[in-house]
Design a protein around this ligand. Structure first.
Ligand code: NAD
Ligand code: UDP
Length: 322
C-alpha cells in the first residue's frame, strides 16, 4: 500500500507491546503516523498499550516474528525480542530464533516492500568489553557458548543479516546499538536491575546486588532512547549505523542501589548475591557517532529518570491494591 501522504506513514513496530516499543508507538502516533504493533506478548503486556485501544491509527496483531509476516507498511522498527537476561535465558532456543528468524522475516518484508527497517541491536554485541568506553568499531568480547549467547550471538547474527541484506539486496537498513534503558512500563517481574531495585525498595525487601556491586552500566531514560531511535530512522540511508544509543553516565550497581534507596526513602537492607556467569563488568557507550550523525544526546539525568520510574511503580502498586 502506498504511503498515505508525505508526512503520515504506516509504521510497523515489532515488540510494540514491550517496554521501549510501547513508548516508541506513543511517539510515532503523536507525530500523526499509523502504528501496527506486532507482538507475541511473551514479555510485553496489553497494559502497555491499553491506552491506545481507542486510537483509530493504532492496531495490534498477536504474532510471533519467527513466522513470516505480510503487512503493508512504509517503515519497520524491529524490536521484538526479550531483553532481560532472566527472560531471554528462560527459553534460549526461542530467544535465538526470535533474534535470527525474526530478523530474516522482517528483512524479507522490508525487501518486498522496499521500505526502511531499523534493528534494535544491543550493547551486548560488545560482550564483556575489553575496550572502554565502547565505540562502534570495537568487535566485542562475547562468549559464544555461555548462557547469554542466545541473546548476544543472536543479536550479532541479526546485525550480520542486516548488513548482508543491505549489500546483497539493497535493503535500506538502520542499526541502533541500545545500551541499558529504563523507565515507566518496565514490568515488576522484568528481572532487570532498575526494576528489581525499585520494586524491592518499595516493598521494604532486601535490595539484591550481584557480586560486590562494583560492576558498571550506563542507564538511559526511555524518552531519550525513543528520540534516538526516531532520529536514526529519519536520518536517512546515509546513517545506516551501527550507532550506539545510550547515556554515557556510568554508574556502579552499588551507586544505583543507593540512588534508588534515597528516592524511595526505603530502609531496605542490601543483600549481596553471586554474580551471574559472563555478567559484563563495565559498560559505557561512546556516543560520538550519534552526536555527529543525529545531533542526539540524552538529556534526562539519572536521578530524574529514577524519580519517574519510581512514580510508575507506585502507581502500579496503587492500581493493584484496588
Ligand atoms: P521487552 O521485553 O519489554 O520488549 C520486547 C517485546 O518483544 C515484548 O513485548 C515481547 O512480548 C516481544 N517479543 C519477544 N519475542 C517475540 C516474538 N518472537 N515475536 C513477537 N514479539 C516478541 O524489552 P525492551 O527493553 O522493550 O526491548 C526492546 C528491544 O530493544 C529488544 O529487541 C531488546 O533486545 C532491545 N534492547 C533493549 C535494551 C534495554 O535496556 N531495554 C537494551 C538493549 C537492547
Ligand atoms: N543486577 C543486580 N541485581 C539484580 C539484577 C541485576 O545487581 O537484581 C546486576 C547484574 O548482575 C548486572 C547489572 O545489574 O551486573 C545489570 O543487569 P541487567 O540484568 O539489568 O542488565 P544487563 O546485564 O543485561 O546489562
Amino acid at each position: 500500500m502506498p504511503q498515505l501522504n508525505e508526512s503520515r506513514k504506516r509504521i510497523l513496530v515489532t515488540g510494540g507491546a514491550g517496554f521501549i516499543g510501547s513508548h516508541l508507538s506513543d511517539r510515532l502516533l503523536a507525530e500523526g503516523h499509523e502504528v501496527i504493533c506486532v507482538d507475541n506478548l511473551v514479555t510485553g503486556c496489553r497494559r502497555n498499550i491499553a491506552h491506545l485501544n481507542d486510537n483509530p491509527r493504532f492496531s495490534f496483531r498477536l504474532h510471533d516474528v519467527t513466522a513470516p509476516l505480510d503487512v503493508a507498511v512504509d517503515e519497520i522498527y524491529n524490536l521484538a525480542c526479550p531483553a532481560s537476561p532472566l527472560h531471554y535465558q528462560r527459553d534460549p532456543v526461542q530467544t535465538a530464533k526470535t533474534a535470527v528468524l525474526g530478523a530474516i522475516n522482517m528483512l524479507d518484508l522490508a525487501r518486498r516492500l522496499g521500505v526502511p527497517i531499523l534493528q534494535a541491536s544491543t550493547s551486548e554485541v560488545y560482550g564483556d568489553p575489553l575496550v572502554h568506553p565502547q565505540p562502534e568499531g570495537y568487535w566485542g568480547n562475547v562468549n559464544p557458548i555461555g548462557p547469554r549467547a542466545c541473546y548476544d550471538e543472536g543479536k550479532r547474527c541479526a546485525e550480520t543479516l542486516f548488513f548482508d541484506y543491505h549489500r546483497q539486496y539493497g535493503v535500506d537498513i538502520r542499526i541502533a546499538r541500545i545500551f541499558n534503558t529504563y523507565g515507566p512500563r518496565l514490568r515488576r517481574a522484568d528481572g532487570r536491575v532498575v526494576s528489581n531495585f525499585i520494586v524491592q525498595a518499595l516493598q521494604g525487601e532486601p535490595v539484591t546486588i550481584h557480586g560486590d556491586g562494583s560492576q558498571t552500566r550506563s542507564f538511559c531514560f526511555v524518552s531519550d532512547m525513543v528520540e534516538g531511535l526516531v532520529g536514526l530512522m529519519s536520518a536517512g540511508s546515509g546513517a545506516i549505523g551501527p550507532v550506539n544509543l545510550g547515556n554515557p553516565r556510568e554508574c556502579t550497581m552499588r551507586e544505583l542501589a543507593q540512588a534508588v534507596l534515597a528516592e524511595t526513602a526505603s530502609h531496605s537492607p542490601i543483600r549481596y548475591l553471586p554474580r551471574p556467569e559472563d555478567d559484563p563488568s563495565r559498560r559505557k557507550p561512546d556516543i560520538g557517532r550519534a552526536r555527529e550523525l543525529l545531533g542526539w544526546e540524552p538529556v534526562v539525568a539519572l536521578d530524574a529518570g529514577i524519580r519517574e520510574t519510581v512514580g510508575h511503580f507506585r502507581r502500579l502498586a496503587d492500581l493493584d491494591s484496588h
